[in-house]
Design a protein around this ligand. Structure first.
Ligand code: BYC
Length: 324
């Protein structure tokens, strides 16, 4: 008597679940649940848009940088942000969306970008504080994304994080220089820190109890920590940096809690956060109007590039020889 072994192939759903459980990467051609794909498109697009919109507050200061050295540094940083936007749009495209479609959604207000870029950069100290606090918060949030379950996003984040670390250091170095300067410069740094501290804490998103996406995103290995965990990590990391700079953080409730082994801190104004992410922040309208104008002004470049690409394709297939 012979026995026949039945080998049952795992379903695509099982393969996906096993890959996530084994902490391995999902790649573009792998099957994935529609909701996983949609969550990634939402987050990566929002991240890409943030990098592109994030060029505006700092770009505003390139022509007013106080020296050639500071101008070269700022120019390089803003260019890096354009590059981050491009890696991220490319990562989103591996999920089957088109970059042009994502840009349309941004300028029509259908996709979000980080709340932080709806605040104005009012002084050159802001350039240092954005590097220190905003890039510092970005690093805290993004280092765990290098282990995101979706391969193209995780790989893009490795390079982005290396550059963000450099950005954070340049901001801190600028602030160190200002703090060694005149009394007026020290006051500028303090005033700027006062304005950016709370919005930086809001970058991590709503409190865990009010974050609809965190649980599922963590189960899928897209997010590795909750919003509050990362916010706490940022506070703990930043307090000694503020002390070394000689700057006060504007939170009367901020103190070391020996029992928790972490700092306690005050509650950000979540009403303000909600207003800012729904279009009511100080600079929302200006940021989108500027992005829309840049998009319109660049129309001829896109048109020329696509005509060129069509000609190249026609040439490659032999059809273009007669017309070239
Ligand atoms: N701003 O369920 P939640 C940078 C939205 S760029 C605006 O917790 P999730 C840099 C959220 O989208 C910094 N919206 O969501 C660039 C959701 O609304 P929708 C950008 C926010 O996705 C240049 C709703 O609130 N970094 O670093 O699980 C120069 C509920 O939230 C914000 C990234 O994008 C916010 N702050 O978690 C310098 C990193 N927070 O979409 C620096 C990647 C929440 O359902 N993104 N919302 O309509 C993430 O890690 C996550 O998406 C978040 C939010 C932690 C931001």
């Amino acid at each position: 008597m012979t026995t026949t072994e039945h080998h049952v192939e795992p379903s695509v759903e099982e393969l996906f679940d096993d890959t996530i459980a084994a902490d391995q990467r999902i790649e573009p051609r792998d099957w994935m649940p529609d909701a996983y794909r949609a969550t990634l498109i939402r987050q990566i697009a929002q991240h890409a848009h943030s990098e592109i919109i994030g060029m505006q507050p700092e770009g505003n200061w390139i022509l007013r940088a106080p020296s050639l050295r500071r101008k070269a540094i700022l120019l390089a940083k803003v260019q890096d942000e354009a590059g981050h936007g491009l890696y991220l749009y490319a990562a989103a495209e591996t999920l089957g969306v088109d970059r042009a479609e994502l840009t349309e959604k941004l300028i029509n207000g259908k996709q979000k970008y980080s709340s932080i870029f709806n605040y104005p950069a009012l002084s050159y100290a802001d350039i240092g504080v954005i590097g220190w606090l905003v890039d510092g918060a970005a690093i805290c949030n993004q280092v765990p994304l290098c282990r995101c379950s979706y391969g193209p996003y995780a790989r893009a984040m490795i390079r982005v994080c290396k550059e963000e670390s450099f950005h954070q250091r340049q901001g801190y170095e600028l602030l160190m220089t200002m703090m060694r300067g005149t009394e007026a410069q020290r006051e500028m740094v303090q005033e700027s820190t006062n304005r950016w501290w709370w919005p930086s804490l809001m970058m991590f998103g709503p409190p865990d109890g009010d974050s609809p996406n965190t649980q599922q995103s963590m189960a899928w290995g897209i997010k590795r920590h909750t919003n509050d965990e990362l916010r706490q990590r940022f506070v703990d990391m930043t307090v000694p940096q503020a002390a070394a700079l000689g700057v006060a953080l504007p939170d009367p409730d901020l103190r070391w809690n020996p029992e928790r082994g972490k700092h306690d801190y005050g509650e950000p104004d979540w009403t303000e956060f909600k207003a800012v992410i729904t279009g009511g922040g100080p600079c929302n309208a200006q940021r989108i109007a500027h992005r829309r104008a840049a998009h319109d002004n660049g129309g001829w470049v896109r048109e020329a590039a696509s005509v060129y690409a069509e000609k190249q394709a026609a040439r490659a297939s032999g059809g273009g020889r007669a017309t070239a």
